[in-house]
Design a protein around this ligand. Structure first.
Ligand code: B12
Length: 443
């Protein structure tokens, strides 16, 4: 039976932050729901001047039987201590108050990281789906009164919240391209300064074992790749039909497995599609040939997240990467006409005067390498946000940095003494180099 559904992207950024992203998760789900015969409307609260009035208006105008609330981000990360749970909780309460008979279903990455915690607190949520939901959400809509055996389904049994094992097997070789007709890309034009608004998935899954990261938990450990042709068809369509010129490849790591991104790039070149794109690259899978190919095919930013600033930190973070790998990749990227960004974690387990010194030398080397072409965009330095179920959260408990019952739903960073202020010191060190490089001021 056809159900009337409103899918809502709840606030993903703090009020004044201008960088928004096109909500590919709910657009993907709306596409699947429409194919299953449901009537679907979408609302992205992030592009509304008055998000809660917009939500109220849409709820009363559309009168949905099911409201899907997507919680993408729990908090803004980046050392900030604000939370996106309060606006999410408010959205839940508003739906329940205005439409007491509607089913409220929650999902999204933020929700998937804390399904029990969130449903335990927000009793108005009837169901949740942890993880990907292309198959599970249509299955839930077909059995709202008595769903069973649905992957990732979060449901209540008395006071308890039960969570089925999430899906990590949506077949990406049969990927259904999200229909951008349901939420027009032009609504997002001109909002951002840095981040490409439009994301494209070329794969899901991450086989790496970084000790602080939740990506394998969100998408599974196995790489599931789309057909390169299909990815390029999607880019071509977005470029021709909607005038999109700038894309972000939303994969956890864009150049894994070797060969897949290369095929996409060759196809972009073969079809002479002139667009710009970016993604997060793994250092040890770059070489002279593929980096040239990536540049030629439109890469306009190499983002690296080596995270560890020296070999000991890289090991502590489970990166399976060395400082030499970072420098080799940096050398390759520095030789292109593309901007490079580096992300590092500061005050990681085992930090000491030697690791700090080695980290400073690495920053020196990166700036030296990039000084010739002045193509180092920035270095982002963060403390690590502790996430439940990660090896680092266990370490933090063992070290007494957090208690076993510390509520990780709200921002908690790994930043024990005596190096709590290290981030500021490294930031000052890097920022001067960065500004001096771009302003051509000699030190
Ligand atoms: C690509 C990406 C980015 C790109 C986005 C580019 C773009 N234009 O889209 C960039 C690098 C710009 C970025 C930025 C940020 N990101 Co980000 N990002 C990702 C990443 C790797 C993939 C997200 C994605 O698009 N997946 C593909 C879509 C299709 O999947 P999905 O959204 O998960 O949707 C599926 C399910 O969740 C579910 N679902 C979704 N909604 C709903 C709703 C309902 C009702 C139901 C039932 C199901 C459901 O079904 C969907 C289909 O299967 C994730 C990590 C990951 N592996 O998931 C982090 C992630 C989502 N990002 C995160 C964060 C925090 C941010 C930033 C705040 C970081 C920062 N400080 O700048 C910003 C915020 C940007 C914004 N405005 O929202 C966190 C969120 C968790 C948290 N700690 O809060 C994640 C999980 C990464 C992490 N570090 O843990 N990000």
């Amino acid at each position: 039976m056809a159900v009337r559904v409103l899918m809502v992207q709840t606030p993903s950024v703090e009020g004044l932050s201008p960088e928004r992203v096109y909500p590919i998760g709910i657009v993907t789900l709306a596409t699947h729901l429409k194919r299953a015969g449901h009537e679907v409307e979408l609302l992205d609260m992030n592009i509304e001047a008055d998000p809660f009035s917009a939500l109220k208006e849409r709820l009363l105008g559309c009168r949905p039987e099911v409201v899907g609330l997507s919680l993408r981000n729990i908090d803004p990360l980046a050392n900030r201590t604000s939370s996106l749970i309060p606006p999410f909780a408010t959205a839940v309460r508003l739906v329940a108050a205005l439409l007491p008979r509607a089913w409220i279903v929650a999902g999204g990455t933020g929700f998937s990281l804390f399904p029990r915690r969130i449903m335990g607190e927000l009793k108005q949520i009837h169901y949740g789906i942890a993880g990907e939901a292309e198959t599970s959400l249509p299955a839930l809509l077909a059995s709202l009164d008595n769903p069973s055996g649905i992957k990732g389904l979060c449901y209540r049994k008395g006071e308890k919240v039960l969570v089925n094992r999430p899906s990590v097997d949506y077949d990406l070789t049969r990927y259904v391209v999200p229909s951008r007709e349901v939420l027009l890309p032009r609504l997002y034009q001109g909002i951002n300064n840095y981040v490409p608004v439009m994301g494209i998935e070329t794969k899901r899954g991450c086989p790496l074992k970084c000790s602080y990261c939740v990506y394998p938990r969100l998408q599974g450990k196995k790489l599931r790749c789309r057909q390169p042709d299909g990815v390029v068809d999607e880019i071509e369509l977005l470029h021709k039909e909607y005038g999109v010129k700038d894309f972000h490849f939303n994969d956890p790591v864009v150049n894994l497995p070797s060969g897949h991104l290369e095929e996409i790039c060759r196809e972009l070149l073969r079809r002479k599609i002139s667009i710009a794109w970016s993604g997060f690259f793994r250092e040890d899978h770059l070489d002279e040939r593929n980096i040239r190919l990536f540049e030629e095919a439109g890469c306009n930013c190499f983002s690296f997240s080596p995270d560890g600033l020296c070999d000991q930190s890289l090991q502590a973070l489970g990166k399976n990467l060395s400082q030499d790998d970072i420098l080799k990749a940096a050398g390759l990227a520095a030789g292109t006409d593309v901007v490079t960004m580096y992300h590092f974690m500061v005050n990681v387990p085992g930090e000491n005067t030697r690791t700090i010194d080695s980290g400073l030398r690495l920053l020196d080397r990166l700036y030296e390498l990039h000084s010739l072409k002045r193509n180092l965009g920035t270095v982002v330095l963060n403390n690590i946000r502790l996430m439940p179920g990660t090896p680092l959260a266990e370490t933090a408990i063992k070290e007494g940095v957090i208690r076993p019952d510390t509520d990780l739903l709200y921002p908690v960073y790994y930043n024990p003494p005596p190096y709590e202020a290290l981030r500021y010191r490294l930031e000052a060190y890097h920022l001067q180099k960065n500004v001096f490089m771009w302003q051509e001021v000699r030190q």
